[in-house]
Ligand binder design. Structure first.
Ligand code: CP
Length: 362
């Protein structure tokens, strides 16, 4: 069985396979109109979504399959206390593949560990959002034409922005990528991404506090919303919510071929006067999300029948039950029946939670 819980679940070859298949779907949509006839996708969305849920739904419909699920956990038996593991075992009776979004970090991994069908992480808390990453990569491919030799600026909420964490992990697989991190101190990239992805995998990065000082060297500007729903302190959110606003005026020094990406929704970090600029790719990016999710579901369903494509979800060096996660939003702290699992840290310094990549509680 194969799942997509984190971008690192896919090899470089598999990433390219999915992007190439998405391009083939775009070129000949009719060819794929019935390839999932008789298949069912379950969309289990415990957290609000417009793009991800609807693009998964549209993707399965365009492949000739059907979709069931919920978009509000309160309308399901989750409201009666059913666990992620039990919900997954139940849904396995009704669907061939599952897409799960959850506010709790690690929930899709728990689902995958209990599933007899492929599970796709459609966003877990502020941890990861691998299908947005596939969307971003397809957009870079279609807009810029290459994955190598790029300077990519990430601007805004790099702390809670799960799409940022996932895209940086995926970009670490490509050659000659430079990362520019544009964020206030309060919203800096988590240290595990900096040290265990960028440093460990040789992805150079610089940290700056203003967009103006770097905009002229960027090939991609990845704007993000400040994630209000992840703040524990509303006053802190108010202090940083308007830290960066991209306007048409600020684009004067940007390269003509630069592209602006944003996972959306936006609040006010991109002024509407930017929308008509040909460099604004964020609404084209949305449609790419449908095509790449079509490609991903086709691949996961194909790989499910191939023993050589099987990959264990947990590494052999996993440590069970010895530590407790320090992250209050980790599934190991929110569902009592979830076993605590840690793995040695990639930087050789201690251990990290398998579900959310946080350090253990002291
Ligand atoms: N980009 C993204 O995940 O959007 P939604 O929250 O609307 O799904």
């Amino acid at each position: 069985m194969r799942h997509l819980i984190d971008p690192s679940d896919l090899s470089l070859e598999e990433l390219n396979e999915i992007i190439d298949l998405a391009c083939d779907i775009i070129a000949d949509r009719q060819k794929y109109a019935e390839v999932c006839k008789g298949k069912k996708l379950a969309t289990l969305f415990y957290e609000p979504s417009t793009r991800t849920r609807l693009s998964f739904t549209a993707a399965m419909m365009e492949l000739g399959g059907n979709v069931l699920g919920f978009s509000d956990a309160n309308s399901s038996s989750v409201s009666k206390g059913e666990t992620v593991a039990d919900t997954t075992r139940v849904v396995n009776n009704f669907a061939d593949i599952i897409a799960m979004r959850h506010p709790v970090e690690g929930a899709p991994l728990v689902s995958a560990l209990n599933s007899s069908t492929p599970v796709i992480n459609a966003g877990d808390g502020s941890h990861a959002h691998p299908t947005q990453t596939l969307t971003d990569l397809l957009t870079i491919k279609r807009e810029i034409g290459r994955f190598e030799n790029l300077t990519v600026g990430f601007c805004g909420d790099l702390k809670f922005g799960r799409t940022v964490h996932s895209l940086i992990k995926a970009l670490s697989k490509f050659k000659n990528i430079n990362i520019v991190l544009i964020a206030p101190d309060e919203l800096k990239l988590p240290s595990y991404v900096k040290h265990e992805v960028c440093d460990k995998l040789g992805l150079p990065y610089e940290e700056v506090k203003s967009l103006e000082e770097v905009i002229d060297k960027l090939d991609v500007l990845y704007m993000t919303r400040v994630q209000k729903e992840r703040f524990l302190d509303e006053e802190e959110y108010d202090r940083v919510k308007d830290c960066f606003v991209l306007t048409a005026d600020k684009l004067k020094n940007a390269k003509p071929e630069m592209r602006i990406l944003h996972p959306l929704p936006r609040v006010n970090e991109i002024a509407v006067d930017v929308d008509s600029d040909p460099r604004a790719a964020y609404f084209r990016q949305v449609e790419n999300g449908k095509f790449v999710r079509m490609a991903l579901m086709l691949k996961l369903l194909e790989w499910a029948d191939k023993p050589e494509k099987h990959k264990e979800l947990l590494r052999e060096d996993v440590v069970r039950g010895e530590y407790r996660c320090s992250n209050p939003r980790c599934i190991s702290n929110t569902e009592a029946c979830t076993e605590s699992l840690f793995r040695p840290s990639a930087d050789g310094n201690g251990v990290r939670c398998v579900y959310c990549e946080s350090r253990p509680a002291k």
